[in-house]
Design a protein around this ligand. Structure first.
Ligand SMILES: [Zn+2]
Length: 164
């Protein structure tokens, strides 16, 4: 008899601006993001759009389901950092899957938060993907962290562009 712990692959990451608890399950991966920044929305990081344009322009073609039905290119100007992070990961998942030879790539995600219940700046992100795709996910997560770190570090500074 063997007992399989579904949370066996659960791990946490502590970064400069936020921490992540990642819990890969069979059909979806759960991420809890806890920001320790002073701001939780992209409007405090006005360079978000241009940084994304330089790093992952494909993100602007992603579909976004938001209350006001705005295209992601508009929504991104003032959205929750957790929601932005979800879109960045989804875009990288698609890119990496295609790079690995897939003909099509489609990933869905969802971000919610309840700051009455959780500490302000906490987000719950669900990514719908199979556990078998953990390798793609690990790569996507790594790249996504780099982009988000750059946004949180330099996205509020209007002048000087250090991004290559
Ligand atoms: Zn969205």
């Amino acid at each position: 008899m063997s007992i399989i712990d579904e949370d066996l692959n659960k791990f946490s990451l502590k970064l400069d601006f936020y921490s992540l608890i990642v819990s890969p399950q069979k059909k979806e991966t759960f991420i809890t993001m806890s920001l320790n920044t002073a701001h939780f929305h992209t409007n405090a990081f006005p360079r978000t759009y241009s940084i994304l344009e330089k790093t992952i322009p494909g993100i602007f073609r992603s579909k976004c389901f938001n209350d006001e039905d705005l295209p992601f290119s508009q929504e991104v100007l003032n959205t929750e950092i957790g929601h932005l992070f979800e879109h960045i990961i989804l875009e990288y998942l698609c890119q990496i899957k295609l790079q690995k030879g897939a003909k099509k790539a489609l990933y869905k995600g969802f971000t919610n938060w309840n700051w009455k219940k959780d500490k302000k700046g906490t987000f719950h992100i669900i990514l719908y993907m199979n556990q078998a795709e953990q390798e793609i996910f690990a790569e996507a997560l790594d790249k996504s962290i780099k982009v988000l770190d750059y946004i949180l570090r330099f996205g509020d500074k209007i002048s000087s562009d250090k991004l290559n």
